[in-house]
Design a protein around this ligand. Structure first.
Ligand SMILES: Nc1ncnc2c1ncn2[C@@H]1O[C@H](COP(=O)(O)OP(=O)(O)O)[C@@H](O)[C@H]1O
Ligand SMILES: [Mg+2]
Length: 250
């Protein structure tokens, strides 16, 4: 135990905002031009999982905890870029775009948020919390038969996150939770556009099964933490905080 030097007087009160030291970051591939990844002091924490897997619930608690311990946070998610989100919404209304075009729309939305929100926030030492990331986009593309090498190249612009949590929840539980929440099964989240079944429910079960097996494959490549999302909210949150705490001191 270190004895405090009396001459220095009482320990200065901890600054409200904790800015971590710059740490090693890198892109998956070519990245964004002109970005110096050495100067990113903030961390990137990603939560992945299907609709109803509990991402929003877990992220809200992570934000509370991080903010409470003095970290400034910024939240991002898919289809939130001001650049293309409206166009994406419109394009999805009518089933008019090819898979590959839709995929490029999503990639553009991602690149815009990466460049204009995530990287600047991390430079300023903020914690970026992402409600889904490139893995969902890749999984959706793969389920639609798009060439994996093409997909991988597109998302070479992405920054490697400091932590990725995948909330693993069975399709049955997803349906239960969505019903409890009074949420209709989403057309796209049910893979209705790829014609697995004309019945929304049946299509959802099949599609989510496919997405889950794709995620298992992606997990081997991208090494993210797969969490049992069927446990209580508190148990899952506890595991996440333990893992994030390790990331914060890195
Ligand atoms: N671990 C859990 N156990 C039981 N219900 C949960 C759990 N996590 C979330 N829920 C409930 O499931 C529903 C979907 O959760 P939500 O966080 O909105 O998921 P997502 O953002 O992934 O769609 C909500 O009604 C939420 O209260
Ligand atoms: Mg949500």
């Amino acid at each position: 135990m270190e004895k405090r030097n009396a001459k220095r007087g009482p320990r200065r009160r901890l600054n409200r905002v904790v800015v971590p030291r710059p740490s090693q970051h890198r892109f998956y591939g070519h990245g964004l031009p002109g970005v110096d990844t050495d100067r990113l002091a903030g961390k990137l924490i990603v939560v992945e999982g299907a609709d109803g897997s509990g991402r929003s619930t877990q992220l809200a608690q992570l934000v509370d905890w991080l903010e409470g311990s003095g970290h400034a946070t910024v939240q991002v998610g898919l289809k939130r870029s001001t650049l293309v989100s409206e166009e994406l919404e419109q394009a999805q209304q009518g089933n008019i775009l090819s898979h590959r075009t839709l995929s490029l729309f999503y990639a553009t939305d991602f690149a815009d948020q990466l460049e204009n929100i995530m990287l600047p926030a991390m430079k300023a030492g903020r914690m970026v919390l992402a409600d889904r990331y490139i893995y969902t986009l890749m999984a959706r593309d793969m389920a639609r038969g798009i060439n994996p090498a093409w997909i991988k190249n597109i998302y070479g612009i992405a920054l490697v996150p400091d932590a990725v949590f995948y909330l693993n929840v069975s399709a049955d539980t997803l349906v239960e939770r969505n019903i409890a929440k009074n949420a209709k099964l989403d057309y796209w989240e049910s893979g209705m556009d790829i014609g697995l079944s004309r019945d929304l429910f049946e299509s959802f079960m099949k599609y989510q099964g496919q997405i889950q097996s794709i995620f298992r494959k992606l997990q081997r490549t991208y090494k993210f933490s797969s969490l049992d999302g069927e446990r209580s909210v508190g148990q899952i949150q506890k595991e996440m905080r333990e893992k994030v705490a390790k990331v914060l001191t890195r």
